[in-house]
Ligand binder design. Structure first.
Ligand code: SF4
Ligand code: SF4
Length: 368
């Protein structure tokens, strides 16, 4: 019998796939859940209590756009009652000062606001919503006025990476304590748009220099998180800290996943939180154990001295590029498929800039 794994650190609650934006790199699956399939607030409350009992400390309320749910204050109150530190990951476009005040009173601890660019026209084009950027800036002011800690999240790619200095300036202007610069991960919608999004090596090197200089210049005022993107790396990242090692995601319809993107992997029967407790899922489900640890690894991972550092990389990326979720992540230069990444970078260098936007009936500002 294998020993029980250490408890997860974080729970990602994807409350809905509905979102007024249409980002072409959205991490939601290409098959989006309908509103009628979403877990209700009481069930989320039970899941939060189970998470706290399991040892989870941090709860990330995400989507889609979590504020598309009118019962968001009730959900936040459940999180506070369970003793979880709640972080709202939002596009900000559906939240005014009044709605934010309701969430603060319900016990919200932290806000993570996404921006698509520092320049308004480009930001609105990337997000697929005219006026979206201006609404985000107003929302950031409300967060500041409410005294909530703010993290700015900027997803970067070929079409906004050259404005990284402006994004850093924006984070400072908005009073963010942290800036997460996240390169696009290429699966789902982003894989469909890869040719329009992949940055060049020259762009990437300039961005790395910008981050190094900004970290030194703004030390003590702004923390900057930044990781080199997989397509220009020689070794993969420990995706989600390793499969089933530190993280649980729950989809809007209640499927428990080791990573928010794992739902699109074939051959899995991911457990449903309506039928099983989080403890049963974490400790005993086949889906969470399939790629946990090192026993599943093929060569070259099996004999590699980095196998307990990166855990073989990202299973979703391995599947997206090789058709086999159990293969070594092609981001690793030791993978027999690593050349596919170089090829993709070459193809993107001569590709156009048009996007395929994610499509779903969108919640209107008035509706939310
Ligand atoms: S803001 Fe963009 S990335 Fe986030 S859920 Fe909406 S469409 Fe997806
Ligand atoms: S061979 Fe596997 S374990 Fe070794 S660096 Fe590459 S992905 Fe990581």
């Amino acid at each position: 019998m294998t020993a029980a794994p250490p408890p997860p650190l974080g729970l990602l609650a994807e409350l809905t796939h509905r979102c007024p934006l249409r980002c072409p790199y959205c991490s939601n699956p290409t098959e989006l859940s309908r509103a009628s399939a979403e877990l209700d607030a009481a069930t989320w409350g039970r899941v939060f209590r189970e998470a706290a009992a399991l040892g989870v400390l941090q709860l990330h309320l995400s989507g889609g756009e979590p504020a598309a749910r009118r019962d968001l204050p009730e959900i936040v109150a459940h999180a506070a009652a369970a003793g979880l530190y709640s972080n709202l990951i939002t596009s900000g476009v559906l939240l005014d000062a009044e709605r934010l005040s309701t969430l603060t009173k319900a016990g919200l601890d932290h806000v993570q606001l996404s921006v698509q660019d520092a320049e308004e026209t480009s930001a609105d084009r990337i997000g697929g919503m005219r006026g979206g950027h201006a609404r985000k800036l107003r929302f950031a002011e409300h967060v500041h006025a409410a005294g909530l800690p703010l993290t700015l999240n900027a997803v970067v790619h070929r079409q906004n990476l050259d404005r990284l200095p402006d994004l850093i300036e924006l984070a400072l202007t908005l009073g963010a304590a942290r800036l997460e610069i996240a390169h696009v991960q290429y699966y789902g919608w982003a894989l469909r748009n890869r040719d329009a999004l992949l940055p060049s090596r020259v762009q990437l090197d300039a961005a790395t220099q910008t981050v190094t200089a900004a970290r030194a210049a703004h030390q003590g005022r702004l923390v900057i998180d930044y990781v080199v993107p997989d397509y220009h790396a020689k070794r993969p990242k420990a995706c989600m800290g390793g499969w089933g090692r530190s993280f649980i995601a729950v989809s809007p319809a209640g499927r428990a996943l080791p990573c928010h993107a794992a739902g699109s992997l074939p051959g899995f029967d991911f457990p449903d939180v309506r039928n099983a407790s989080l403890a049963e899922i974490w400790n005993h489900s086949e889906a969470f154990q399939r790629f946990r640890g090192t026993g599943w690894m093929p060569e070259p991972c099996r004999g590699c001295d980095r196998r307990e550092q990166d855990w073989g990389g990202c299973r979703c990326q391995a599947f997206a590029l090789t058709g086999d979720a159990a293969s070594t992540d092609p981001a690793c230069a030791l993978s027999p498929h690593h050349h596919l990444l170089d090829l993709a970078v070459q193809e993107a260098a001569v590709a156009g800039t048009d996007f395929i936007y994610r499509e779903m009936k969108r919640p209107s500002i008035a509706e939310a």
